[in-house]
Design a protein around this ligand. Structure first.
Ligand SMILES: NC(=O)c1ccc[n+]([C@@H]2O[C@H](COP(=O)([O-])OP(=O)(O)OC[C@H]3O[C@@H](n4cnc5c(N)ncnc54)[C@H](O)[C@@H]3O)[C@@H](O)[C@H]2O)c1
Ligand SMILES: [Zn+2]
Length: 359
């Protein structure tokens, strides 16, 4: 097992990464001296696969767990779901000393985290992420929340978990498409912070796609380390944390104009990251050879690297970029790479340069 520490003063916690960790959930929670009642929040896909093991482990360690099962999918990240969950928590007398465990992907993690942050003004929270994306990204850093009709993640909080338990065995049941989408975030960490990680991905991609245990443990741990390091320096996204949005300006806009139906998040940001590498070449002088390596790695991971947009769609894409909540004073700011492993943020990019990059 590998442990990555997220040092945030009295809100510090550990991310534990390895195979066979889910049956140890109860013991890990006991070590943290969490209260005896707890709720395991999961979805209708993950619940049937893993809830039994999670609940048994908690019971065996002396906890009294209940289960809350919500529908799978992005629409579950809503205030309506939160409301029904509050009622269930109250009915089962979940109290201030109790805790919530989110067992699932980023949807369950974000929603369950917001539930924990707001119920009784905040109760303890444990993340058990079961998708690659959730293990390397959404479960780390403390952003929790739900969507509104007006947009994604518009209601939420910064609320750190007490523990994150990444059981790599859970990736065995994850659809390959979801695995590839999660890899898009891992590649992102290579581009923004770690050329060695990027090279390792170039070298070991086929084995990772086959779920090689040692390789997976390494890239999940390295990704968490990088995110933890960035979050430690900028917990509430006042500055540096922006670099985690490399490829996301265009990626989010693509998700918006396709109404979240067509692309998984990881697929949209793959296109976004490749486009951002071309913009980086034109604006910051990133070498063409590095642009080619970036594109080739996404392609080998089975991710799309380009998008064809007709003129009206292109206009919609620009409108969506301007509505992104990370836009400041109407200007779309980009994170761009100087070289693989090093980025700069807050860069203005002329519209024509963005258009060329998307061609
Ligand atoms: N909080 C953050 O910092 C942050 C960062 C990135 C993304 N997010 C959020 O994360 C969400 C996306 O997360 P996701 O990609 O994990 O999606 P998800 O939670 O919807 O999971 C994807 C699908 O895989 C299923 N699944 C999950 N684990 C499985 C397993 N082990 N085996 C089989 N099926 C499994 C789920 O039921 C779901 O159908 C988005 O809502 C996004 O906004 C949050
Ligand atoms: Zn992302």
């Amino acid at each position: 097992m590998r442990t990555v520490k997220v040092p945030l003063g009295d809100r510090s916690y550990s991310i534990k990464i390895g195979g066979g960790l889910l049956p140890r959930l109860g013991n890990e929670c006991r070590r943290l001296k969490l209260g005896s009642r707890c709720a395991v929040v999961t979805d209708r896909t993950v619940g049937p696969l893993y809830a039994r093991t999670a609940l048994a482990s908690l019971r065996q360690a002396g906890f009294a767990p209940m289960e809350i099962r919500v529908p799978a999918g992005e629409t579950t990240k809503s205030l309506r779901t939160i409301h029904t969950c509050y009622d269930q928590l109250a009915r089962h007398r979940i109290e201030r000393s109790s805790f919530i465990t989110a067992l699932g992907g980023g949807v369950v993690g974000d929603m369950g985290g917001f539930l924990a942050a707001s119920y009784l003004r905040g109760i303890d929270f444990v993340q058990v992420p079961t998708t690659l994306l959730a293990q390397v990204d959404s479960s780390v850093g403390g952003k929790v929340g739900v969507n509104l009709k007006a947009g994604k993640n518009l209601v939420g909080a910064f609320y750190q978990p007490r523990l994150v338990l990444c059981d790599l065995d859970s990736l065995k049941t994850l659809p390959k498409r979801e695995l590839r989408a999660g890899l898009a975030e891992v590649i992102k960490y290579g581009i923004i912070d770690d050329a060695t990680l990027f090279r390792r991905l170039e070298r070991t991609l086929p084995e990772l796609l086959q779920l090689d245990a040692v390789g997976l443990a390494h890239i999940v741990a390295r990704s968490c380390q990088i995110k933890a390091k960035i979050v430690e320096q900028d917990e509430r996204e006042d500055g540096l944390r922006a670099i985690l949005n490399y490829g996301h300006t265009i990626g989010h806009a693509l998700e918006t104009i396709s109404r979240y139906g067509k692309y998984l998040h990881g697929e949209a940001i793959s296109i976004g990251q490749v486009a951002a590498s071309r913009i980086s070449r034109d604006v910051l002088g990133l070498g063409q050879a590095e642009v080619d390596r970036i594109e080739a790695l996404f392609a080998r991971a089975g991710l799309r690297t380009t998008v064809r947009l007709a003129t009206p769609q292109m206009a919609k894409l620009f409108a969506a970029m301007k509505l992104d909540k990370k836009v400041s004073r109407g200007k779309v700011k980009f994170v761009l790479a100087k070289k693989i492993g090093q980025v700069e943020f807050g860069i203005d990019v002329p519209r024509a340069t963005i258009k060329t990059a998307l061609k």
